[in-house]
Design a protein around this ligand. Structure first.
Ligand SMILES: [Zn+2]
Ligand SMILES: [Zn+2]
Length: 341
């Protein structure tokens, strides 16, 4: 079967590998769609080191083989398998940090989501990481379950007291999903800062989003002029670019919250830490998601509360994945979904 992996030099290659062998309790899933995530690109450029370099984690597909002792799944089931599952029992899990559980990142899809078939380990199956997809939810849309779940977790980590204005910095797929979740928090007119005109247009659809172009105006000044001089109550960084973090920190109001969602690029710094204290700005980091959020994300997609079909600008067959990487980095690209067969 075909599967993507990283070469020793760190470049992406799609090659012929053995179909993974199941152990008791595992599932084998034939991939139908797998989104290409910004964190996959970060892993390829060598800047994201928080996890082993397994790429492809926004995968959905069809159960092809059921390991011994598995209950609740049968061949032919359409599923979303989460790539990481916590233990739900350790200090981190009990303390509200399940994505920091030592077990969480120890388990992943084998060999990764960008493969014709992949093994879902018994840990993930037993831990509730596999969801049955609703019949009417198309595979390419279901591939948004994981990124949407990450956005839901970021939303939940913010305190929403007295929130009238939210700014999303970065209008790529994550920024677009955050914007589409904000009406659910009573924010019908969020602000977006994004340099690409195409991304501003796509991300801003389906809501009264006020889009700002950071290449032609000073975003913090503009945000203040739109908020009686205060700044945004809540700012999400949905970009790893150092300028996104700087604009976020300068656009938040005194006492407001900056939620870090995109993986900051290597050179990113938090400048003027004293200003955070004197302005009482809260920084909240959010990383990944668990089955609580994936189930909610699947329901939002199934109900049509969050529309994602228009975010898919490219569908790329698995064998052409290497070509999709430069494509995904282009300003006029929104979401690249890799499909198989
Ligand atoms: Zn992702
Ligand atoms: Zn745990």
């Amino acid at each position: 079967m075909l599967a993507a992996g990283l070469s020793r030099e760190g470049t992406l290659e799609v090659k012929d590998v053995e179909v993974p062998r199941l152990r008791g309790g595992d599932l084998l899933v034939d991939m139908r769609a797998c989104g290409l995530c910004g964190s996959d690109l970060e892993k390829l450029s060598g800047e994201y080191t928080a996890a082993p370099p397994v790429i492809g984690h926004e995968a959905v597909g069809v159960v092809a083989e059921v390991g011994d002792g598995v209950e609740g799944f049968a061949e032919g089931d359409r599923v979303f398998p989460h790539h990481h599952v916590p233990c739900n029992d350790c200090h981190y899990c009990r303390g509200g940090s399940p994505t920091m559980c030592p077990e969480y990142r120890a388990h992943h899809l084998d060999p990764g989501g960008f493969a014709e078939s992949f093994r879902v380990s018994s840990w993930i199956v037993r831990g509730g990481g596999v969801l049955l997809l609703p019949d009417n939810l198309a595979f390419d849309q279901a591939s948004f379950i994981e990124p949407l779940a990450c956005c839901l977790r970021a939303m939940d980590r913010v305190s929403w007291q007295e929130t009238e204005t939210a700014l999303v910095v970065g209008g790529g797929p994550m920024g677009a999903l955050l914007l589409r979740l904000l009406p659910g928090r009573g924010l019908d007119q969020p602000l977006l800062s994004e340099p690409s005109a195409v991304r501003r247009e796509i991300a801003g659809r389906g809501g009264a989003v006020q889009s700002l172009d950071p290449t032609s105006l000073d975003v913090p000044d503009e945000v203040r002029s739109l908020t009686d001089g205060r700044g945004a109550d809540v700012v999400f960084t949905a970009s790893g670019h150092p300028a996104a973090l700087e604009d976020a920190l300068s656009s938040v109001r005194p006492g407001g919250t900056v939620a870090l969602v995109g993986i900051p690029e290597g050179a990113s710094q938090i400048p003027e830490a004293a200003r955070l204290v004197t302005r009482e700005v809260s920084l909240v980091a959010s990383n990944a998601a668990t089955d609580t959020e994936t189930a909610r994300a699947m329901a939002l997609l199934d109900e049509g509360t969050v529309e994602v079909a228009d975010l898919i600008t490219h569908r790329v067959p698995l064998r052409d994945l290497a070509e999709a990487v430069p494509l995904a980095a282009r300003a006029e690209t929104m979401k690249v979904v890799v499909v198989s067969p």
